[in-house]
Design a protein. Structure first.
Length: 90
């Protein structure tokens, strides 16, 4: 399966990484590396994480990573990473 990262996801992730890097750059790099590993696992197990709390359809899933929610949509041959946010901000 192909993984597609939406513009919203990329912009939100960049803001999160900048925030983490203000305190410690290596922590921001580690956060991104761990997140990328979890996302890459989705190729083999696209429905590994729970059905989304924010959408009614089963094709939307929520992956939790260090307190952040990553929403993604499972399609026939692609996985679209839609957004990442802190649950308190929603």
């Amino acid at each position: 399966m192909k993984i597609i990262r939406s513009r919203q996801y990329v912009e939100s992730l960049f803001a999160i990484l900048e925030y983490i890097a203000e305190d410690k750059v290596s922590a921001a790099k580690k956060f991104q590396e761990e997140l990328d590993r979890k996302i890459n696992v989705l190729r083999d197990f696209p429905k590994k994480y729970r059905a989304s709390y924010y959408f009614k359809s089963d094709e939307y899933r929520d992956m939790i990573h260090h307190g952040y929610t990553v929403i993604y949509k499972v399609k026939e041959d692609t996985i679209e990473i839609l957004d990442i946010f802190k649950w308190q901000n929603r």
